[in-house]
Design a protein around this ligand. Sequence first.
Ligand code: NAD
Length: 709
Amino acid sequence: MSQDIVTVSTAGLTGEFAVITVNNPPVNTIDAGVRAGLSAALDGVEKRSGLKGVLLRCDGSTFFSGADIGEFAGPPKEAEYRALFARFEAFTVPVVVAMHGTVMGGGLEIALACHYRVAAPGTRFGLPEVTLGIIPGAGGTQRMPRLIGVEKTLELVLGAKPVDTDAATSAGFLDAVIAGDLAAGALEYLKALVAEGKGHRRTSERRVDPATATPAIVQRFKEQAAKQYPNRQAPYTAIEAITASVRLPFAHGLTYETELVNQAKLTVESRGAVHVFFAERATRKVPGIPADIRAAQVKQAGVIGAGTMGGGIAICFANAGIPAVIVDASDEGLARGLKVIGQTYDSMVKRGRITEADKAQRMGLITGSLDYASLAIADVVIEAVFESMDLKKTIFAKLDKVVKPDAVLATNTSTLDIELIADAVSRPGNVIGMHFFSPANVMPLLEVVRTRRTSPQTIRTVLEMAKPLRKTPVLARVCYGFIGNRMMEGYAREAEAMVLEGANPREVDGALEAWGMAMGILAVFDMAGIEVGVNVHKANADRFPPDPAYYQADFALYEAGRLGQKNGKGYYRYEPGNRARLDDPEAIAILRARAEKLGIKPCAHTPEEIIERCLYPLLNEGLRILEEGVALRASDIDVVWTSGYGFPRYRGGPMFHADTIGLKTLYDGILKYQARFGPMHWQPAPLLEKLVREGKTLAQWDAEQQKAN
Ligand SMILES: NC(=O)c1ccc[n+]([C@@H]2O[C@H](COP(=O)([O-])OP(=O)(O)OC[C@H]3O[C@@H](n4cnc5c(N)ncnc54)[C@H](O)[C@@H]3O)[C@@H](O)[C@H]2O)c1
C-alpha cells in the first residue's frame, strides 16, 4: 500500500533528479503509511549513482498538513520522525521541498529538514502544537531557530496560527514562491541550483544567532504565554526547548526536545486537548443504526422564521453552497431578516473573510417567501419561530401538507418537548431537533435531538448534513434542556446564588474565567439578555425545585428593568457602544435587597468555592444525562461543552475533568455542599455513586458502553 502513497520518478536528461511524490488523501497526513513509503523511497534514491538533486512534493489539495494525531494515543513516534527527516537532510546533493495548501506541524518540520523550501502562492505555514498541549517534536524547536532565530520562532509557535508566504519569506524559512505549475517550477528551481553549483544546505549545521534570544526577548514571550495561555504549561515548555537551541549542539537539542515533548504528552492539557480532538470525531457513531442506512442528499433547504436563529441557519446553508428558502409570517419579518443576513455578509467582507463576489453568490442562494408552498422542494426544513408549542404545532401540521414525503422536519427549539411537536405530523419518523447555538453561522455545536420515533434515516441524514454546514453534531434524546442547557441549570443556579450571598458579579465571573471558561456566566446572561433566562424560567416554573431563591438574581435585575448589554445595565453597567463590563453599585444594591427579602445572609467566597459550587452540579448533571441515555457517551458531553459553552478544551470538557479531579472528589464535594445547603440541589447522581463504589472512571464507563453496543 505504501507504494501507492509514495512514488518516485526521475527527471533530467540522464535521470539525474529524483522526484518523490506523496499522495495520502484527504490532507496528506504524515501517518505510518507515509513514513514507510518515504523510507522505502529513500532506500532507492540514496543508492542512485549520478544523482544531482531531490525534489519532495505532494499531490492533492495540500502538502503535508501535519502529523497523525491518531497516533498520539500510542507509543511515541518522535524518534522515527527524526530519523526519517535526518535522511532528507543528509543528502549531499540539494533537496528542494515544494509546498502548497496548509503546511502545519510535522508537515512544516519535514520541510525544515530539506535544504531549500519553495511554495505556491497562498500556502500557509504553522506550528500550532502548543494548542494541543505539546511542542513541535520532530526537530521544529531546533531547526526553526537555526533558520529564523529564536525570537521569530517563538512568535510563530506561541502565535500558533498559520502565516502566509510573505511572512514565511520575510521570516526566512521560505526561499521562493512559485506561481503556476508548482511541480514543474520547483523542478526548474532545483535544476537552476545545480547549474549554479549549489550543493546541500543543512539546517542542522547552522548556528542560532544568540542576539535573537536575549533575556529581555525571552521574558517578553513568557509574559505573552501567561496572558495568552493561562493555566497551561506547553507554551513555557516550547520556550524552554526553543531557547535551548542556542546553547545545545543540534543532536543534543533534538534529544532534549524529545524529552520535553514526551513530558508534555503526559500533561492534563495535552491529554484533554487530544481527548476532545477524538471526541469530536466520534460523535457521528451511533450504535443501533444499520450500516446500510445512508444519509439522504440535501440539495435544498427550507427555514421557517427569519429571526436571529433562522437567518444564521440560512447563512450556514448558503455558505455550504446549498440553496435555502426562508419563510416568515410577514413582509416586515422577512425584510428585516434578509437585511440582517446582508449585514452579516458585509461584516465578513469587511474582515476579509470572504470577497464581494462570495457575498453575492451566497446571498443569491437565499430567497425569502411568505408561502409555505415554496418549501415543497426542500430536502430539510428547519423551523426557528418563536418558542411557542401551539405555534410550532400549527407550523408542523402545515408543513406536513406541503413538503416531500422524505424531507427532514427539524425544529430549533431550545426548551419544548419535540415528542409533542412530532405529534402534529403524519410522519413523526422525519421529525428531529436541530438545536443550533447563537450566532448560528458561527457556533460550531449542533445538538441533534431524536424523539422516540425519529427514524434512523433521519438521524443519519442530519448527522451527515452537519459536515457541509461545518457543525459538530452531538446526538441527544428529548429532555428538558437537552445536554448543554440542562447541565447549565445547576451551574448558573449556583453563580446566581453566590451573588445573592454577596459575591460581586466580577468575583464570580473572574473566578470562572481564571479557571478557563471563555466567559463568566453572569456576563453571558448580560450578553444574551437577562429577560431570555427569566422568560424560560417563568414558562417552565413547574419543572424547577421549590426553592424561593431559584434564579432570583436574574428576576431581581429583570424586574428593575435591567436587561443586560442591550440597555446598558444588567449584572454590570455598560457605556454605549462598548462591551466592557463596569461594576455597578446599583446592581449590587438590587441584588442585596432581593437577598434580604429572601433572608439570605452575606458571606465571603473564595475562588475555589466559586469553581466547586458552579462545576460540581454541572458535572453531576452530566452523569445523570449519561445514565438516562440522553447522551450516548461521556465524550459527547465534552464536545457539547467545549464547542458550545466555552469550556476550556485544555481541560478536556466536563466529563474528562470529572475524571481528572477524580469521581470520588466530585462525590465528596457534593456531600460537603449537601451538608451546608441541604439535599434539594446537592444529591450525587446514582451513576456517580455507583462508579465511585466500583472505583471506576468515566473513561472506563465509556469504553464499557462501547463494548456493550
Ligand atoms: N436566540 C437564541 O439564542 C436561540 C438559540 C437556540 C435556539 N433558539 C430557538 O430558536 C427559535 C427562534 O428563536 P429566535 O431567537 O431566532 O427568535 P426571533 O424572535 O429572533 O425570530 C422568530 C422569527 O419567527 C418569525 N415567525 C413567527 N411566527 C411565524 C410563522 N407562523 N411563520 C413563519 N415565521 C414566523 C418571526 O417573524 C421572527 O422573524 C426558538 O424556538 C428559540 O427557542 C434560540
